[in-house]
Ligand binder design. Structure first.
Ligand SMILES: [Zn+2]
Length: 282
């Protein structure tokens, strides 16, 4: 059995000369801060190469295959405008156009609520609902967790989450805990994939960090909640497999200038990412 795992920053981040920043019109008008709240995304990748027999061995690093796998997709994405204003994260396999979550099973998620700005639970719910609608992927909230975010996060944590892939972790955090949140970065997001030779690569576990101290300030802005919801939607876009796109009218643009909802390109990309292959052997 061979298992490779490792994390790396996603190397194709587009950064403006001033960095990758979420600019707020509201903040400018208010004269608070010219640039606040922001993010760029080091998508977190982790790779496992799995022999099929391995999940049954003691101490397995992957769950038994097919947990909650249905015979067909649980939902379908809506028709889109056909926009091409999106960029997919790079597939590790040149023969596979993109990596996606398995649409035949629900995507579980948990929230690490420490230091969450008040009233933001509903913003997470609304952001998850928005990406679910756009992708057709079905999400299940499994409650809160004490798990801290980590770039070396294990995709299978049976002691904490049972014999299934670890849920998507949405962690309110801080630059002290998650150094990539330093400066003007408001959040990061990405997913780990798993792969059995002969099968498609599939995302199995995702992670998002949100800068709680920074976003607590954002919350006080006019339209602060909408800013935060948009940041969470952007990071969920990364979790599902979108990269930054060089189009400022899209939410997946690296610098936001007041975009609060998905654009046509974001929606087209998310719809595509809702049509990944079902891989019950994982
Ligand atoms: Zn981003």
């Amino acid at each position: 059995m061979r298992s490779d795992s490792g994390n790396r920053d996603f190397p194709r981040i587009r950064r403006s000369p001033s960095g990758s920043r979420w600019r707020s019109r509201s903040a400018t008008v208010m004269g608070i801060a010219l640039v606040v709240g922001l993010y760029f995304t080091p998508a977190l990748f982790e790779r496992f190469v799995l022999p099929a027999a391995m999940p049954h061995l003691p101490g397995a690093k992957v769950p038994p295959p097919g947990f909650e796998a249905a015979s067909g997709p649980l939902g379908l994405p809506p028709a889109t405008s056909g926009s091409t204003a999106y960029v997919l994260q790079k597939s590790p396999d040149p023969g596979q156009p993109f990596v996606a979550y398995d649409p035949c099973r629900p995507l579980h998620y948990v929230v690490r609520p420490d230091h969450a700005p008040p009233g933001t639970d509903v913003l997470i719910q609304e952001a998850v609902s928005a990406v679910s609608t756009a992708s057709g992927l079905q999400f299940v909230y499994d409650g809160t967790t004490s798990e801290a975010p980590s770039e070396a996060r294990e995709s299978y944590q049976p002691a904490r989450y049972g014999k299934q892939w670890a849920p998507i972790l949405i962690a309110w955090s801080s630059p002290a805990e998650a150094p990539k949140l330093a400066g003007k970065v408001a959040g990061t997001g990405g997913s780990a994939y798993a792969h059995i030779p002969g099968e498609p690569y599939v995302y199995v576990a995702g992670q998002m960090t949100l800068d709680a101290p920074g976003l607590a300030e954002t919350l006080a802005w006019p339209e602060g909640p909408a800013h935060i919801r948009a940041i969470i939607m952007h990071e969920l876009g990364h979790v599902l497999g979108l990269d930054h796109v060089d189009d400022p009218t899209q939410l997946m643009y690296a610098e936001n200038s007041g975009q609060f909802d998905f654009g046509d390109g974001d929606r087209a990309g998310l719809a595509l990412l809702g049509t990944g292959e079902c891989v019950p052997r994982l």
